[in-house]
Write a protein of this length. Sequence first.
Lengths: 134, 970
Amino acid sequence: MTLMLATAAAGLFGVGTYLLLQRKLSRIIIGLSLLTHGANILLITSSRRGDAPIIGAGGEERFADPLPQALALTAIVINFGVAMLLLALAYRSWILTHDDEVQDDVGDRGIAKSDVVHDEVADQQQVIAREETS
Amino acid sequence: MILLLAAFAVVGLALVAFGARLGRRAFLVGALPMAATAAWVATRLPDVTDGTTRHESVGWVGGLGLAVDLHLDGFATTMTLIVTVVGVAVLLYASRYFAPDARDLGRLAGLLVLFAGSMVGLVLADHVIVLYACWELTSITSFLLIGNRHDQARARAAALHALLVTGAGGLALLGGLVLLGQAAGTYRLEGILAAAPSGTAVTVALVLVLVGACTKSAQYPFHAWLPGAMAAPTPVSAYLHSATMVKAGVFLVARLAPVFATQAPWRPVVLAAGCATLVFGGLRALRQHDLKLLLAFGTVSQLGLMMVLFGAGTPATTTAGWVLLIAHAAFKCTLFMVVGVIDHQSGTRDIRKLPALRDGWRPLELVALLALVSMAGIPLGAGFVAKELSYEALDEATFLGHEVVLVAAIVGSMLTVAYATRFYTGAFAGPRRRAAGEPAPLPGETHRDPSPTTELSDPTLPIEPVDPVVVVKPRAHALTNTTAEVAVVDPDPAPPAPSFVAPAAALALVGVVLGVVPGLGDKLATVSLEDFRGSVPAVHLAVWHGFGAPLLYSALTLAGGFAIWAADRRVRPRLAWASKVPSGAEVYLAALRALGIVSTRVTGFVQNGSLPVYAGVIAATAAALPVAALLAGWDWPGWPRLGPKREAPVVIVLLTAALGAALVRKRFSAAIFLGVVGYAMAGLFVLSGAPDLALTQAAVETLSTVVFVLVLRNLPERFERQSTPGRRIGRLLIAAGVAAAVFVLALTSAGVRLGNPVSEEMVDRAVPDGHGRNVVNVILVDFRGFDTAAEITVLTVASIGAVALARAGRRRRDGEPVPAANTEEVRRLVFVDVSVRVVFHAVLMLSLWLLFAGHNQPGGGFVGGLLAGSAIALRYVAGGIDEVRGRARFRPWTVLGTGLLLSSSTVAAPLLFGGAVLESAVASLDLPLVGEVDVNSALAFDVGVYLVVIGMVLMAFEAFGEEPKEVAPR
C-alpha cells in the first residue's frame, strides 16, 4: 500500500458516500460505482503488485497476486449489473414521475406519525370494553 | 410409551383431517388411545409401586444431543392416569353433549386427542427440551380449542389471550430450562435433579421456570386468561382448564421442588404467588353468577393451593398436593360436566335465571353433591383427606413463613366451602325454593344496585348482564359456544339421559372411593415422592387423622365457610376492594397496549422511510465500528512511501474526475466524469500488473457510459432540487468519516499480513491442474469457478430485472393491436453506417479471440463478452434498436439463458463422470490451419460466461434502447 493509492481509495470512498446519501438515483448510481472503484483499489493493493501473472511471461517471484485480481474482475462486472438494474429503476421512476428522485416511503412515514394500534389489540380492547359497559 | 404417543398423534391428526364424517362418534374413536394408555399404565402399576422406573429413548437430533427420553416413575404414572382417565370420561361426555349434526366435531375431537397426547408426553418427558416441546404443544392445542368458535370475536380474543400469556411464559420456561441444563451439564430431568446445581445462573433459571409455571397454571398475576378460556365448549373446559393442562405448571413445580425448594428465590416466589392466587381466586369465585365462571375462579384458587403445597417442597406438603391433584381432577371435572348438562338442557348457566329442576334431576344433583363434598373438604370426600394433610404438613413445616401460608390455606379453604355452597344453592336449592314461592334471595344480587360500578368495572368478569331478559340470549349463545345449545331458557328443562350423566358420576365415584378408602393410594403416593431421594417414610393416607390441630382447622374452615356464605350479603360490600386490585386482565391489556405503542414508536423511528437516512446510518456504522475496534488495539504502522511517480498522474486524474462527478450539475457531465474515473482505474490496473482487469474495466466503462446515456437522455438535464445546508453538512461529515476510516484501514491493514498468500499455490497449479497460463483466468473459470457461476447467475437476474422494470409499462394488454413496426425510419448517416459495418465484424472477431486466448493470455469470457457488447453498441449507434434486433438472430433472453445453461452444465457435468464439481478435462485437437489446440472443458464454461455477458448487453438495449411510449403526463 502506498500513500498515493490509500488517498485514491479514501477519496473514492468519500465522494462515493457523499453521492450515495443523495436522493437522485443517478447520483446514487454514480456514487455506488465510485465506491466499487475504491473497493477495487483496496483489493488489488491488499497483496503484492508486480508483473502480470501469466506463466511463462516472466519470473514468478515478481508476479502480482492473481487472486485479488480475480475478485476485482468479478466486482467490476457485478457493478455493471447493479448499475444496470438501478438505471432501470431510474428509468421507471422517470416514466412514472418525470424525475429520478427517491421519495420517502409514504407507508413508513405514516407509521412514524400515527398511533396505529395492532388489530388484535383493538379487537381485545373492544371485547373487554363491551363487557365493561354491558 | 413412544408407540402410545405416536398413537395419539396419528389418531388425533386423522380425526382432524377425516373426522367430520364420523359426527359425534369421533369422540368415541378419540377415546381409544386414551383408554389404551390408561390400561397400559395400569398394567405397569405393580412395577411402578415397586420403585422401578421404566425408561425409553428415541434419537431425535443426534448432533444436538436431543433425544425423546421418556420415563415412567411414580409421579408420571399418577399424572398419566389422571390425564387419560379424565380424558376418556370427557370424550364419552362430549359424545352426548354435542348435537349429532354439529359442525367440525371431528376437528374438535382430533384436537382433544392431540392435546391429550401432548399432555402425556409432557408428564412422561425425561428430557427438558422434550418437556418444553410438549408444553408448547399443549399451549397451541389449547389455543385452537378455546378459539373453537372462530367466528366469534370473544372466542378469538380469549384464545389469543391464553396463547400470548402461556406462550410468553413458555419462552421464559425455555430460557430457564436451558440455563438449568447448562448448569447441570445434562438436559435429562433426572440428571438435573441428581446434579442439583446452584449459583446465580440457577437462580435466574428458577425464576424463569417459575414464571413459565405460573402462566400455565394461571397464578396471579397471570391468571386472567383462564376465566376467559371458558369461551371454549364445556367439555374442553372440563378437560383442559380444570383437570389437565393448567396442572402442567403445578406438575413442573412438583418435579423441581424436591431439589430446588431450598434455593433462594424458590419458596418466596412460589408461596407468594400461590397464596395470592388461592385467596383472590376464592373471592372472585364467590362473586360469579355464571356457574362455569364460578368453577373457573375456583380452579384458579385450587391451583394456587396446589402451587403452595408442591412449591413448599417438603415430603409432607407434596403428599398433600398429590392427593389434592387427584381429588381436584375428579371433582372439578365432574362439576364442569354437571354445569354443561344443566346448560345443555335448560339453556342457561346463570344462577339468577336457572329454572327449578324437577325430580328427574335428582341423580345429577347427587353427583354434583358428591363432587361438592369433596371440593369443600367435608369428611368422606377426597378433598377432606387432602385438606387434613395440607393443614398437618403446613403446621409441622419449618420453613420461613409457614404460619402465613397456613393461614392463607385456611382462608382459601373457607372461601372454597363458601363458593361450593353457592354453587349448590345457586344451581339446585335456590331455584327450587323460588319455584315453591319461598323467598330465596340470591346472595349479592340485592347489592348490585347500590354499587354497580364496582361490580361491573371488573374486566375479569366476562358475564355481568344487567338485564338478563335482554342480554342472556346473545350471551348464552356467545358463551355456550357449541352448536348443541339453545339460547332460550327453558322454564322446565327435561332431565338428562343417564348416559349423559354417567361420565360425571364415574368421576365423582373416584373421588368418593379415594375419600373413603384413601389407603388404596398409599403405594403410589410413596413412590411419587422418590424425587426427594432421601429416606422418606412410606405414606399412609387415612380419613381419620386423630384429634389435633388439623382437625380443629378443618372444623374452623367448615364453620367459617358456611358463615361467609350466609353472611354474604353483609360481607360482600367489604369484598368490593378486591376488584380494585389491578386484575390480570387489565395488566394484560395494558401490557398489550404498551407493546403496540412501543413497537409503533420504534418502527417509526428506525424505519422512517428515508433512503438517505438509512444509507447514512449504514455508512456511518461501517466507518465507525471497524475504526473503533482498531483504536482499541492501536498500532500505527508509520507512514508508507508515497508510491511510484508514474502512478501520480493517474491518481490525480482519478480523484479530479471523481470530484467532478460529484460537483457538476448536469447529469450527462456526471456520467462522463464517471467514465473518466473508470478509464483512470484501467490505467491503474495496467500499472499494477493486471491486464485482465484493465481490459475488463475499459470495456465495461465503454458500455456503461452508453447505457447511462440511453437512460439519462430521458431524465432532466440538471439536478434540480437543492437540499438544505444542514443536510449537506451531515452528508459531508459522514462522507469524510468514511474516507478517513478507509484511509486508516488501508494503511494499517497493509502491514498485518502474516502468512503467504493462498494464490502462491494457485500459481503453481495453474498449468498442471488448470491447463492455463493466465492465472487470473484459471482462477475465474476453474479454481473459483463456483463463484463465477454464481456471479453470472446474479447478472442474469439483474438483467431480467432491468428489462422487466423498464418495460413494465409497455406490456400490451390482451386484445390490444400489435403496434406497427417503427415506421419512423432512423436517420442514418452514411459515414457512420459504413464504418460501423466495417468495424463490427472486426471487433466481434477480436472478442472471440480474447475469449479463446483468455486461458493463456489476458482475456477471457468476461472481456470477450464485453467487447462483443461494444460491437453491438456500435450497431445501435448506427441504426437504433431495430438495427440491434434485426441483426441479432436470437432474442436477448435466449442468449442469456443459453450462456447460463452452458456454464451450469459445465459445472455439473463432471459429476456424471464421477468427478468433482467443476473438475476440468483437457483434450488436444489438431485443427487445420490453426495447428494443435488444447481444448479445455473450462473453455465451455468461459463460453457460457461470454454468452451471458453478451445477453446482458442485449438486454440493456432491449430495456433502454426504445423511446418509452407510455409516460405519465407532466
